[in-house]
Design a protein around this ligand. Sequence first.
Ligand code: GDP
Ligand code: IMO
Ligand code: MG
Length: 435
Amino acid sequence: MTGSGTAVVGLQWGDEGKGKIIDVLTPSFRAVVRYNGGANAGHSVVVGGKRFALHLVPAGIFHPGTAAIIGNGVVIDPIAIMKELETLEAQGVDTSALVVSTRAHLVLPWHKAEDEAREALLAGPDPDAPESGGAPEKAIGTTKRGIGPAYADKATRSTSIRAGDLVRPDVLREKLRSTARFKNAMIRALNPGAPEFDAEAIFQSLQPCAARLGPHLADTPYLLHTLLRSGGDVLFEGANATLLDVDHGTYPYVTSSSTCALGIPSGTGVPSRAIGDIIGVMKAYSTRVGGGPFPTELRDATGDRIRERGREYGTTTGRPRRCGWLDLVAVRYAAMINGASSLSLMLLDVLAGFDELRVCTAYKVGGAITDRFLPDAHDLAQVEPVYETLPGFAEDITEATTRAELPASALRYIRFIEEYIGLPVGIVSVGPDRK
Ligand code: GDP
Ligand code: IMO
Ligand code: MG
């Protein structure tokens, strides 16, 4: 008997409501596995009106019968995960089902310092182009959680430390020493006033993390294969989202990992043929946090209204999210890259009360019309959205529990999406709560 994998992935620029879907689906699975990203993610789960924010801990943690696995593809900030576990436990959540890959790389203080310093340097005026009156905004608008520098070190190899090293004190101490020598030279160049890193102090600060995480460390690829071989089904929890994917997103305004379903095999050690359903999660409109092109962005009262109705403020950084109409060109591209088999349409309730709803079905670029997404940030910044206008719905739909209870215009909106993307909408979400 062989179990199968189901993936939940974001089809836009993040915050589509993946956490809610993971929480709802978890009871049918033996394990929920994060495969990418780190504490840049912010996945909300609302249970009976109580809101929980997950950053590193899989959103399946509320069901203790299911293993909550952090796979090898994730970068773990050991201090952040300790705090997250403490917060969850203080809220009465049982975290004993957590499993952490020995091969996940660590985010250490120098990664966060480098993330900050790079962003500050890139946001400032360009000394080589004083006539421009300051360089155009080159900063990515990262979450400053050290994600980019941590993945860069993983690829560089000589200056990265993995979760398994936490419980090998001699190895850890030596790696911290040699890496700190290198990082001190680098941070001085980036930010001459920055304080030096003290390897021994970092070693000491990691000791409580080693004690806390040690019992949860495991060889997760073997664990997952054993589970699947025994007939257990596994749910993969995507973090960030497809348009932020380092290869397939709006580069360079992306994060540093493989965020879409293509990242699951490398981020977990589970081969792609074990993955069956791929659920693409999308909002009924678009949002984006940080820099980068966003063709359907609304910098007006309509955008503000979506932000207020959808409570569109970052789960991780609290930043107001940029809001706009649904971009179906972008979502269809993301569904294609993932090989999505169905869609979860989230936050449809937020669109109640608009007379008309606009959806972007093509782009105008250089006088031509195209329905292809242009993932290169420079190209995407040149496009102008082409909209279709659909009738809005006035009714509050937050109490609807079946499609039959939705107003005709809401049903028409859903059908339009299904037809354009060529996939069924399997779940329609009309409120943050699990119910
Ligand atoms: P994630 O990063 O994809 O897990 O999404 P976030 O948790 O960052 O952001 C989604 C936000 O929408 C959270 O505040 C959720 O509680 C909320 N949410 C999820 N589904 C719905 C929905 O159907 N309606 C409304 N109004 N809010 C929702
Ligand atoms: P969830 O899992 C929304 C964005 C950041 C920034 C860019 C790079 O909650 O959907 P990073 O810190 O990763 O180097 O930042 O990516 N970003 C997200 N935006 N939701 C997320 O995760 C995000 N993770 C990263 O805002 O623009
Ligand atoms: Mg989020």
